[in-house]
Design a protein around this ligand. Structure first.
Ligand code: AQP
Length: 329
């Protein structure tokens, strides 16, 4: 049997090229090597307030973008997390074996809670729900960006703790990072991760941004005081531009050096912008075709839930049995 791959994205803002290079493009490449499940994690998104109408629309947008980026629904399952109730149920069961101290150490919780006036318990519990998403399907491989490594480590710790308390139950999930693009930085501030929720028009390139906006964002990207690319001394802004180019072009380090060494920053930015525009154009075209087809998305989402629910339910049944809570005789 093929091992299972699972990953997800929150429908919490505009999907950007960091999400694409760090996660989605990797999913597309490896999907046929595994039994693949890709989730729209709407229960994660509500750990901070979301406008309900916008959230509903974002869930559909994200499903259409998964397809437009190349997720093949004939092979891979596209699942909206809240349509499979076992995600929430397993999250509670795992909450009961997770020490609070482990959650208090999560850097994403510290960063996100610092930005909130009032911090919901859901934000604190977020990594347990993420562990449940993965362990529910006994996923062996989890392709994510670098920012999720700490959460993956926690998922393994939770699985290990459960297995040692109640006997072997969960497969240990391994993290799979892309070779290039595991951490794309903001174009306005190359010391901060590109993020859906960061404010500012110069920060991110969204997958559905029109070409003019993409060019404007990249041409305004922060660089450094050098005039041209020097691979020895370049700062994080230039490094980030080169990373974006390399990840989209799928070039080797040698190709990058041969092409960009000594290039003036203005020309570098133009080439990065044109590369991004040309790679996003077919995705945007497919997206428009997908959303124009009535009923198509709902069918894919329904099929996804129907296909994975038996796997999820059987894991929850096993966990309940192991923990000793009521199961029918
Ligand atoms: N800047 C990034 N570079 C590379 N990979 C990234 N990912 C996120 N940002 C980058 C990866 O994208 C996948 C989905 O991310 P997410 O929606 O689950 O949440 P996130 O990591 O919190 O992403 P954002 O964009 O920063 O969203 P908000 O602002 O809503 O919190 C993950 O695999 C992630 O690693």
């Amino acid at each position: 049997m093929k091992s299972r791959v699972l990953s997800g994205v929150q429908p919490s803002g505009n999907l950007h090229i960091g999400n694409y290079l760090g996660a989605l493009s990797n999913w597309v490449k490896i999907q046929y090597d595994y039994e693949s499940i890709f989730c729209i994690v709407d229960l994660h998104a509500i750990t901070v307030y979301q406008n309900p109408d916008e959230l509903r629309a974002k869930i559909r947008e994200l499903a259409a973008l998964f397809l437009a980026c190349g997720i093949d629904p004939k092979h891979s399952k596209i699942v909206v997390q809240s349509t499979v109730q076992a995600h929430s149920e397993l999250a509670w069961l795992l909450t009961c074996v997770t020490p609070m101290g482990w959650l208090e150490r999560m850097t994403q919780f510290k960063a996100k809670s610092a930005a909130q006036e009032s911090v919901g318990d859901g934000l604190f519990q977020y990594p347990v729900l993420m562990a449940a998403d993965i362990l529910l399907y006994q996923a062996g491989i989890v392709p994510v960006g670098e920012d999720q490594m700490q959460h993956l480590e926690l998922a393994r710790d939770i699985a290990q703790r459960f297995n040692s308390l109640y006997g072997d139950t969960f497969v240990m999930p391994a993290t799979k990072l892309p070779a290039v693009g595991a951490r794309v930085m903001g174009f306005d501030d190359p010391t901060a991760k590109m993020s859906k929720s960061a404010a500012g028009s110069g920060h991110a390139v969204a997958l559905l941004d029109p070409p003019d906006r993409i060019r404007k964002t990249i041409m305004r990207a922060t660089t450094d005081s050098n005039p041209a690319v020097d691979f020895e001394t370049m700062g994080p802004g230039v490094q980030n531009l080169l990373t974006v180019y390399q990840a989209f072009a799928e070039w080797s380090n040698d190709q990058m050096q041969a092409h960009f060494a000594g290039m003036r920053y203005g020309d570098l930015k133009k080439q990065v912008a044109e590369m991004v525009v040309s790679k996003l154009e077919p995705i945007q075209q497919r997206y428009q075709e997908i959303v124009a087809e009535p009923g198509y998305l709902d069918g894919i989402i329904r099929q996804g839930a129907e296909a994975v629910t038996p796997i999820a339910n059987s894991t929850v049944e096993l966990v309940k049995l192991r923990m000793g809570i009521y199961t029918a005789a």
